[in-house]
Ligand binder design. Sequence first.
Ligand SMILES: [Zn+2]
Length: 373
Amino acid sequence: MSKATWFFRFGVLGAILILSGPWSCEPGPTAVSDLPRVAMEPGFTPAVSICTWKSDKRAALTLAFDDTKESHYLLAAPELEQRGFVGTFNLNTRDVYSWRPWQHLFEKGHELGSHTWSHPNCSLISESRFLQEVSLAKLDLERHISGLKPVASFAYPFGANRAENTRIVSRYHLCARCGHGINSPDTCGDGLFELKGIGAYPPFDQAQLEGQLERTLKRGGWMIYYFHSVVDSLPPDRYHMPLAFFQQHLDAIASRRDSFWIDTQRNIAEYLSLRHNAQIEIESLSRDEINVRIRTRPGSSMWLYHTELTVRIKLPESWRGHSLIIQHANGTFSSRTLTQGSETMLLRIHNSDELNLFATPQRAHRSPLRVSG
Ligand SMILES: [Zn+2]
């Protein structure tokens, strides 16, 4: 070891020891539970609720792509990514000739859903043939796309379904799209297997799209907007949307991103499902602490544990301008400055969680906090 290397290794180590030693002038970490607290104003009544959509957006939107087209990864996905969007790509898996580009899409956060194996009209085939179509597509996707298992989303070819098929699809998937329209914010249970969509068809009129976006906002609903091929030339035809039109449509959507939660079919269906299976309530209240309990109904499905809920909590006016501390049942906590009389927070919920909320004066926790014992 050269002198320079020796000095570098042990010199740096020594400096770290000196800086972190007990003789450092910095105060040690403070236990969260020892922090001084700000009392609530007399007569304060807290309120808690689960937001209809993630991040308390007014409505939800999914961009979907059907029929396993090369243009989905060559043209559409890069346009989505430029705007920070993710899409749901529904594959009729018999028509996949290389899985690599689809794996690549999946790794970038896009969803791959099932559009059956051979794209039949599912209202006209036998139940056993339908079962085969569903299971072959699911097997293909799960075998070829690493990390995908289980496939959550299904889309019926031609939007065509009949009641008997729903039972089969619901056994293998979280949600399915068929039919036309905007989904209600209260969609749950079997409704998740009858999701409606709106197709992008000629003349690909932007004003029409804007009208649908406004209707979705007005209803506080969920619009699944689906495309077929995107092509970089004119003229348009029923299944080929010119790239310039596609870009305009995405820009119209991007200009409303403050109002819309834009995410995959799976992520939005999971949120809906968890929202309908979770209950939140004020468990107890003291003069300086609010205790909130949130739990999922017993027997809730495994799909629920991948997502987070946005929760709104009304807090005392006297806490405004102070540090809000949020302690979870497992001992972890977070803190933030409270600038408004209420707060939205994203919570990951397994079976249940319990939150203790209190406020501490801003100056009280300049030193690092440690989890209370
Ligand atoms: Zn199709």
